[in-house]
Ligand binder design. Sequence first.
Ligand SMILES: [Fe+2]
Length: 488
Amino acid sequence: MSTYEPRHWKDRESLRMHSANKGGLSNPKLVAVSNPISFANPKAPVYPRLALGKAWDEMTVTWTSGYDINEAVPFVEWGPSGGRKTRSPAGTLTFNRNSMCGEPARTVGWRDPGFIHTSFLKELWPNQRYAYRLGHILVNGSYIWSKKYSFKASPYPGQNSLQRVIIFGDMGKAERDGSNEYANYQPGSLNTTDQLIKDLDNYDIVFHIGDLPYANGYISQWDQFTAQVQEISSAVPYMIASGNHERDWPNSGSFFDTHDSGGECGVPAETMYYFPAENRAKFWYKADYGMFRFCIADSEHDWRQGSEQYEFIEHCLATVDRKQQPWLIFSAHRPLAYSSNDWYGKEGSFEEPEGREHLQKLWQKYKVDIAFYGHVHNYERVCPIYQNQCVNSEKTHYSGTVNGTIHVVVGGGGSHLSDYTPSPPVWSLYRDHDFGFGKLTAFNHSYLLFEYKKSSDGKVYDYFTISRDYRDVLACVHDGCEKTTLAS
Ligand SMILES: [Fe+2]
């Protein structure tokens, strides 16, 4: 090994390298020990991650350091590229072993996460490029600085310009040298990350819709993940959703009583990343990005009619002005509508049970264009559909009236792949058993392109377009308009 990059902020204390190549993993033999190595500043600020704030003209910057607030004051120095710099304060959060719900997170998986800082950069000018760096003022008055980074501020909601969005789920993390990766559980992770880093100039925002590091209660893996995506997350907003591997734990209020979070019960995800939810323990939020409105749901909490989340989803879908923001996107981690993944096929539901039964009325009434899901580790595209029926026979170039939502599973971000039912249902238009991610391109208010790209080569393997005008969104379709009066 010629270079060493610490994967956990605490790993930056002094260490010795032990080389044990002979005998392989099953029978390692120590062949050499290095001199002690130490890091210049083990507490230095690392892993910047941008996210949209609650307002369209706000960007949040979150990072990790070893500095508690009584040791140093965290802030972001920022300003228009080449222009005057200003400073904004950052808040500091952390969590401790007692914040975890069970083991291994509370026991052998526990690692001190350090301190998580978030600064809110406000009153940004649309599309302006801003430079920034992370800072800490020590008690003795000296400064600690991160490297310099930059981002482009969001477009004004409704603004007519090119807007490009990456969306995928279930990426996880992996070791570059293939070491220390139990069961090689997320084999596609580095390919996806590397493609997105290579293509950074060609998209504006990322949605990673749940199952982020698969830390499963081994807290240091959060740092491994935030380190792996930092080239992306420091340059464009990295928006997340909650997955079962972030949240689920018995008797903790999650909708599913499984052990999938390894005792984390959502705490690391909700602290390590900012997202513009009213209450970050309830992982649902809206995000406006130019001509897009995203309604991000939380499939690990009750979404059924009558629930608090259902009310949020309806409010999010109902409050967007479609003439300015025509592209209405719904997303959740689990496929709440359609997937021909084999386990859903065996259940006979072809979805996460109780998904579309409760939500399809809302998607139809508010004419959601596309809904994205992860959880199932493959790619699948469904026809525009309502109540199990394809409502449009077109396969690729949709135009005119919005008469049904297109559902897309983009869960092939990196975790081991999921199998399909042997024969695809009629509503399944394209399936790909490989690692990949989705890309949405809004060219203007009337033309949207969706592309599915493989992580291995970054090339497009499936796509569709939507071209339509505002009147096509207003047009009344089945269950899509309030009943009109008969009076003339
Ligand atoms: Fe999942």
